[in-house]
Every structure is written in structure tokens, then in C-alpha cells.
Design a protein around this ligand. Structure first.
Ligand code: TZP
Ligand code: MG
Length: 215
């Protein structure tokens, strides 16, 4: 499937474990109906075969809605599952290497943890940058810079790359982070642990749309 390029607006980063109230495939489907337009599968504890099985199952759901699948930090699974792209952090396989090994990769995401990264070739090679994290979160604690709203503004002023804000993002803070320059909001718990993932996505999307209008 040929995918559209950015901007995507509401990005669900999903793992089976984070989906505490519903099956993760159900969460993904409801979230798409509520406005999610990009999904990343992030399984840090799975064996290769578990991760691949989940990716294949998730992709079947996403294909029905033409939503691209991104795989977190595992090139083999990204390729084998037929995903549209991959997301890597600062200490993972670098984007330049991913492009060499997987030239067909359509969406390559790269997390920014230091300002200096904005000037390296990994950033130039990426299709979007993750602002990671905007706020501290229990979902990922091994982080370096907590960017906050000022950090989002500063990164926005220094790059034209599409920016994805992640880290304790929710309906109550999404609008102002979009106004500060983020193109897209990524969430784990705001949707994965919601009793109603459809509604949670819908609320987030409304706030993002309002933020875009206010810019
Ligand atoms: N990268 C930076 S923060 C984060 C990741 C994967 C976790 C975000 O989770 P939540 O629950 O949306 O705060
Ligand atoms: Mg990593």
C-alpha cells in the first residue's frame, strides 16, 4: 500500500500490555474510528515470533482502514510484517542504516532527545521527528530531556520536519502543544487504557484540530 506523507495528526503507539481494558486489536479499531490516522506497534518484551504475530494481526485490521503500520525499533519485523515504516530512538539502528537495508521504507520516525540531533544526518534522513518526551510519563521512564512547551517551540523554530509530540499527551494538553508547533500527537495510555478508546481518540482529535485552527 502506498501511504500518504505527513501530516498525520493522531498517532496511537500500542502494545498489548498497555491495553488494560480491551483486546489490543479492538482498541486499535475503535481508535481509528475515533480519529487515529497512524499506529505504531511497540512491544519491548516480546520474542521475535510473538512480536511478528501481533504485527501481522494488527496490520490486517489497519489495512481495512488504510491506516499505516509503524514498527518500533525492529527492522526485521517491520519488513516481514509488511509495515509501512519504522520508528527508532537515538540509540537504535540509525535512520541512514535503515534506508540502506530497507529502501522501500515509507515512513521513518526518529526520536529527538538532544537539540544537537537536529543537525545530524539521521534527522535529515527521517520523515518525522518524535519530541520525546514532552512531559514525563510512567509509560517510558528511561528518557533524557523533558521538552515541555518551550522545548516544542524551540524544536519547531529549528526544523521544518514534521513533529510528533509524545509523553503524557492527553486531551487536556494536546491543543497547546499543537499551537506550540507539533504537527501530530502520539499517545499510549490516553487511548490504550481508556474505557472507551473511540471516545478518547475523538476527544484528542477535536483538541488537535482546534490547535491547528488556532495557529
Ligand atoms: N516515547 C517517549 S514517551 C513514550 C514513548 C514511547 C511513552 C508515551 O506514553 P504515554 O502513556 O502516552 O505517556
Ligand atoms: Mg530504543
Amino acid at each position: 500500500m502506498k501511504v500518504k506523507s505527513f501530516p498525520y495528526r493522531l498517532y496511537l503507539v500500542i502494545s498489548e500490555e498497555a491495553c488494560t481494558k480491551h483486546n489490543f486489536l479492538k482498541v486499535a479499531e475503535e481508535a481509528i474510528k475515533g480519529g487515529v490516522d497512524l499506529i505504531q506497534l511497540r512491544e519491548k518484551k516480546d520474542s521475535t515470533s510473538q512480536f511478528l504475530n501481533k504485527a501481522v494481526e494488527l496490520k490486517k485490521v489497519l489495512d481495512r482502514y488504510r491506516v499505516p503500520l509503524i514498527i518500533n525499533d525492529n527492522l526485521e519485523i517491520a519488513i516481514k510484517s509488511g509495515a509501512a515504516g519504522i520508528h527508532v530512538g537515538n540509540t537504535d539502528l540509525p535512520p541512514t542504516e535503515i534506508k540502506k537495508q530497507w529502501p522501500q521504507c515509507e515512513i521513518l520516525g526518529y526520536s529527538v532527545e538532544y537539540l544537537e540531533q537536529l543537525y545530524n544526518e539521521q534527522t535529515y534522513t527521517s520523515d518525522y521527528l518524535g519530541i520525546s518526551p514532552v512531559y514525563n510519563t510512567d509509560t517510558k521512564t528511561d528518557t533524557i530531556t523533558t521538552w515541555g512547551i518551550n522545548g516544542v517551540q524551540e524544536i519547531r523554530s529549528k526544523t521544518k520536519k514534521p513533529l510528533v509530540a509524545i509523553g503524557n499527551m492527553k486531551a487536556s494538553n494536546a491543543q497547546k502543544i499543537v499551537e506550540a508547533g507539533a504537527d501530530c500527537i502520539a499517545v499510549v495510555s490516553a487511548i490504550c487504557s481508556a474505557s472507551n478508546p473511540f471516545k478518547a481518540a475523538q476527544l484528542l482529535k477535536q483538541e488537535i484540530d482546534q490547535g491547528i485552527k488556532n495557529r
